[in-house]
Design a protein. Structure first.
Length: 123
C-alpha cells in the first residue's frame, strides 16, 4: 500500500490526492505491473470521455488489484528468450525486424508505444 501511496504522490500534480485518469496506465507500470493498452482501456472506460477526470486512490485500488490479477508478474528473461527462439528461423540467434515487431506487438507484454521505441532503436 505504501508503494501505491508514493506513486499517487508522484503523479498528483494538483495536490488533491488524485491522479489524472490518463495517467492510470503509467502509474500501474510504475508499480511493476505490465498491463496491455487494451486492459488499461477496459479498466478506465468510465473516464474515456472525460479528459480532465481525476481518480482517487480509493478508485484506483480496485483497478490495481484487477490488473495485478490479470497480468501477474512481469515477463522474465527466460520468457523473452523462449519467445525469440520461435522467430529465429535458422538458429543463428538473429530475429528479423518485421518478426520482432510482430512478436512484441502480439505478445501482450508491451504497449504499442514501447514496441515502437524498441523497434526505433534497432532501425
Amino acid at each position: 500500500m505504501e508503494a501505491i501511496e508514493e506513486a499517487f504522490q508522484f503523479f498528483d500534480t494538483k495536490g488533491d490526492s488524485k491522479i489524472a485518469a490518463s495517467q492510470i496506465g503509467i502509474c500501474l507500470r510504475s508499480l511493476d505491473l505490465v498491463p496491455t493498452e487494451g486492459l488499461i482501456e477496459r479498466m478506465t472506460q468510465q473516464w474515456k470521455d472525460k479528459p480532465e477526470a481525476r481518480v482517487s486512490i480509493q478508485e484506483f485500488l480496485p483497478i490495481f488489484e484487477n490488473v495485478r490479477k490479470e497480468t501477474g508478474k512481469p515477463p522474465s528473461l527466460e520468457q523473452f528468450q523462449n519467445l525469440f527462439s520461435h522467430f529465429d528461423r535458422d538458429g543463428t540467434g538473429v530475429v528479423m525486424l518485421p518478426d520482432l515487431r510482430y512478436m512484441l506487438q502480439n505478445s501482450g507484454m508491451l504497449t504499442t508505444m514501447l514496441v515502437t521505441l524498441i523497434i526505433f532503436a534497432f532501425e
